[in-house]
Design a protein around this ligand. Structure first.
Ligand code: ADP
Length: 546
């Protein structure tokens, strides 16, 4: 019982352990792939956010004129420079009007006079005061007699949502002190539309700027399909948000360049997972874990099978070893008895008729046993070489089996066994008479071997539903249920029952093969201590045995 639990439990345990191990490996693999995907998405988001900062800054520079402006387009800085030059000769010169709609107003500040002039719009009240305050406190720390362009007028709180968006041209005197500041103040909403929105959604409906996305995502024409963008001011209010938002992806936030008027503004970027997935092995879901589990199971199962095969091999070699010992004993014991009783027959005891008849019967029995054994060994070796040809002749089964019973009659008459036979005529059958007789001889030999001396053995041949059934029933030691299949394996000998009885372990293996070769089957019903019944079923309409 314990060993059968072990036999079942060990492979089962191995399979479960193997499955669990492969599931853990698969799970970790999927987890690692997820981590890689998130890392990649974060890297891409950083790349896109940095590019967004760069590209928006350069749009601003070009528009306002801090770098090469677009030829033919008005540049606010150039206009302010001209105005500054004009003022040298004509102090009353008028501030030009802002040429771009993104500019809310232009201003001109004179530090000595603390005068502030505007064109475009004239801010009033607190806005004017804030600007004045910022301009008064402005110290560009540059050399003397210079005219410098400043991207941002510091002083207006960048953390405030309504920070001033100013750029300026600053003039210094011979001591390096600020003389005048001419500048632009941008409109918030229009700045967003002019500098930032086109990067995400070009107004002409075209593709996003070619540099915005990394080369591997360049196939995606719309920036909003590659990533989501949220532009916020210094107070964290959303100024621009693309649709849809990829909230499940890791997002990256970057501050816009602090040198430009948009100090404190940030851009937040999250990459679309669907855009990145094709770039990842297995689409970022990790290796196909069901396949991994399956592979793991297969590997474990083959390991278990290999283990079972090795165990079986070991068992087989042990059985073969036993077989050699058993057969040697099986050959030597009857031979020794034949020699002994033959010597007795040759001696004075031969004159006693009763004694000599008994000696001859013993010699006959031993020779019969020897014949069975040798037949079995030879047949088995022929079967192993596939060199056992079965004849195919029309047979009367009851007559064939009756002939086989003859060799047991003597033993029955002597009371060694109590043979009871009932052979019904079952019709004709095509097969090998000698092989079929050997089936009965082996079954009867076993019945006698594994039963107490003189105990009844029934042999019955019947027919039902196109099948001939040969039953051999004994009241002997019986066979435990877990061995019912194994006893038909070559060399297998039961450990239970009568351990002293010798044998080759070949009889039932041969019986089973012969029955199968005749298109039939063999079954056993047995209980330890109660006896056994072997049932051979042969198909009456079967074709000739192969
Ligand atoms: P053996 O030469 O050992 O009898 P067999 O192949 O004929 O070899 O039988 C295999 C095993 O099956 C036997 O060792 C025995 O344990 C068991 N067996 C076969 N027939 C019987 C039976 N009638 N009663 C009890 N055990 C049997």
């Amino acid at each position: 019982m314990r060993s059968s639990w072990l036999r079942l439990g060990l492979p089962f345990g191995l399979v479960v352990t193997g499955a669990a191990a492969s599931a853990i490996v698969a799970w970790r693999e999927a987890d690692r792939a997820q981590a890689t995907a998130r890392l990649l998405m974060k890297d891409y988001a950083s790349f896109i956010a940095d590019k967004f900062v760069q590209l928006s800054a350069s749009r601003y520079r070009v528009t306002i004129g801090f770098s090469d402006s677009v030829p033919g387009e008005p540049s606010a800085l150039r206009a302010l420079e001209e105005y500054a030059r004009k003022r040298e000769s004509t102090p009353a010169a008028e501030l030009p009007l802002p040429a771009q709609t993104v500019i809310d107003y232009l201003f001109a500040f004179d530090t000595e006079a603390r005068s502030l002039a505007f064109s475009g719009r004239t801010p009033a009240g607190p806005e004017r005061d804030r600007l004045l305050e910022a301009l008064s406190a402005f110290d560009p720390r540059c050399g003397a007699n210079q005219r410098i362009a400043v991207g941002r007028i510091p002083g207006s709180d960048p953390g405030a949502g309504d920070a001033l968006l100013c750029s300026a041209l600053v003039e210094t005197d011979s001591r390096g002190l600020v003389r005048r500041i001419h500048g632009v103040c941008l409109d918030r909403a229009r700045s967003v539309r002019r500098f930032f929105a086109p990067l995400i959604q070009p107004s002409d409906g075209g593709a996003c700027p070619p540099d915005l996305l990394p080369a591997s995502l360049a196939g995606i024409r719309s920036a909003a399909a590659a990533a989501s963008f949220v532009l916020r001011d210094g107070a964290g209010h959303s100024l621009l948000a693309s649709e849809p938002g990829y909230t499940d992806s890791p997002s990256v936030r970057r501050a816009l360049s602090p040198e430009y008027p948009f100090a404190g503004w940030t851009i937040e970027v999250a990459v679309n997972p669907a855009a990145v997935a094709p770039l990842l092995p297995y689409g970022g879901r990790g290796s196909p874990w069901p396949t991994l589990v399956l592979v793991g199971l297969l590997v474990t199962a083959s390991g278990v099978l290999a283990l079972a095969a090795v165990r079986r091999e070991n068992q087989l070699s042990a059985l073969q070893h036993d077989f050699v010992a058993n057969v040697s004993h099986e050959l030597k014991a009857p031979l020794a008895r034949v020699r002994l009783f033959n010597e007795l027959l040759l001696g004075p005891a031969a004159e006693d008729a009763a004694k000599s008849a008994s000696y001859r019967r013993i010699i006959d029995r031993e020779c019969r046993r020897l014949t069975i054994l040798i037949d079995n060994v030879l047949d088995f070796s022929r079967l192993k070489r596939n060199a056992r040809p079965y004849r195919s002749e029309e047979l009367d089964l009851s007559a064939t089996f009756a002939e086989a019973l003859q060799s047991f009659r003597a033993a029955s008459d002597q009371g060694i066994l109590d043979l009871r036979c009932s052979l019904d005529p079952v019709g004709t059958f095509r097969g090998d008479a000698q092989a079929l007789q050997q089936i009965l001889v082996n079954l009867l030999d076993n019945a006698a071997k594994y039963s107490p001396r003189g105990s009844p053995i029934d042999v019955a041949l019947t027919s039902d539903g196109g099948w001939a059934r040969l039953r051999v029933t004994d009241r002997g030691v019986g066979i435990p249920a877990h061995e019912h299949e194994r006893i038909f394996e070559p060399f297998y000998r039961s450990k239970a029952g009568d351990g002293a009885t010798t044998g080759s372990g070949l009889g039932l293996a041969l019986v089973s093969r012969t029955v199968t070769a005749h298109g039939g089957q063999i079954d056993v019903q047995s209980e330890p201590g109660k006896g056994s019944t072997f049932v051979v079923s042969l198909p009456l309409a079967a074709p000739a045995a192969s």
